[in-house]
Design a protein around this ligand. Structure first.
Ligand code: ZN
Ligand code: ZN
Length: 338
């Protein structure tokens, strides 16, 4: 079978590698959909903390069960469409046993030197990582559930949506766009505002479900939004998030920051604003993400750039690592039925 191997010299190339077989507790998935994300690119740069080349990368993966431990074949027969949860938690620590396995400090991630990733014809995973997908969802879109699940989890961290009337998303990049899509799918009563300085992204945000888009976060009203999502790693937006949140509202911090930055804690206290963090997702979030993908077909089509074969995908990944993504928001490899 073919797989994309990341080399230490910063290039990716399609290689012939042995096809895996499923042992006890394992499944082999024939990959029909594999996404490339920023952490794959930093892996190729050699700057990712644990995705160190040489490796087969790829943690945004969906496909069809091809081979499975006979013990599990009743629930997930060969031919089942699945999305892979790329997290392999310890399953014994306090976080794992209370259901917060996505926060397990000992979890492994798919696409590391010790666990070959999904930029390949076939990938071997523990059976517990498989999330069944509905038959009406095109198999080429399955891997998109992974980035959408990040947004689903961020929205879940905001708590009950039913009482909220207004939401603000600070930053309309990929994650901000997906949070907008999740909010508009799960809470249609919400009036959603997105602050995004790049005008050319505003059309996409409308498609995601934004009711208004503003170019400058300085134009936002204060004390106005029941829910605020901080989806751009700009330190000054921490203050904007707190001041634009309505009294009694919630700020969800989803952007990646390094180091510490000031937060207006006085405002949090006196106006009872809840500030929460969010990291990755669980299998439940992946399942909900599939519904969002089904609800927003035009958005998904606009966000995804497809390629069909591993050689072309490898060349594109190498080019993105060298020159940046250009117009490509989400590169995905789609493979046909055979
Ligand atoms: Zn990713
Ligand atoms: Zn654990």
């Amino acid at each position: 079978m073919q797989a994309i191997e990341f080399a230490q010299d910063g290039t990716a190339s399609a290689r012939e590698v042995p096809r895996p077989t499923a042992g006890p507790g394992e499944a082999v998935v024939r990959v029909t959909s594999a996404g490339v994300c920023g952490s794959d690119i930093s892996a190729l740069h050699g700057t990712h903390p644990f995705r160190k080349p040489p490796l087969i990368s790829g943690h945004e993966v969906g496909g069809i069960v091809d081979d499975i431990d006979p013990e599990s074949a009743d629930q997930l027969p060969v031919g089942t469409r699945v999305v892979i949860d790329p997290q392999w938690p310890c399953q014994t620590c306090g976080l794992c046993t209370r259901g917060d396995y996505h926060l397990c400090t000992r979890k492994a991630m798919l696409g590391v030197p010790t666990w070959d990733g999904g930029l390949a014809d076939f990938v071997k995973v523990p059976v517990f990582t498989l999330v069944p997908a509905p038959a009406e969802l095109d198999t080429s879109l399955l891997s998109f559930a992974e980035p959408v699940a990040v947004a689903v989890h961020a929205v879940r961290r905001a708590g009950q949506l039913t009482g909220a009337r207004t939401a603000l998303v600070l930053g309309g990049g990929t994650i901000g766009t997906l949070i907008t899509a999740v909010l508009s799918t799960q809470a249609p009563q919400l009036e959603i505002t997105v602050a995004e300085p790049r005008d050319h992204l505003h059309g996409l945000l409308d498609l995601a479900g934004a009711h208004s888009t503003v170019a400058s976060s300085e134009d936002l009203p204060g004390n106005a939004f029941d829910l605020v999502f901080l989806a751009a790693g700009v330190p000054s937006l921490l203050e904007t998030a707190a001041t634009s949140a309505a009294t009694g509202g919630t700020v969800v911090q989803v952007a990646v920051f390094s180091g510490s930055h000031p937060v207006p804690v006085g405002d949090l206290q006196i106006r009872e604003i809840t500030m929460v963090g969010t990291a990755t997702y669980t299998k439940d979030d992946i399942a909900s993400a599939l519904d969002v993908i089904l609800a927003k077909p035009e958005l998904v089509e606009r966000m995804v750039t497809f390629t069909e074969d591993w050689t072309d995908a490898a060349a594109r990944i190498t080019a993105i690592a060298a020159d940046g993504p250009g117009e490509v928001m989400k590169l995905m490899v789609r493979r046909g039925a055979e």
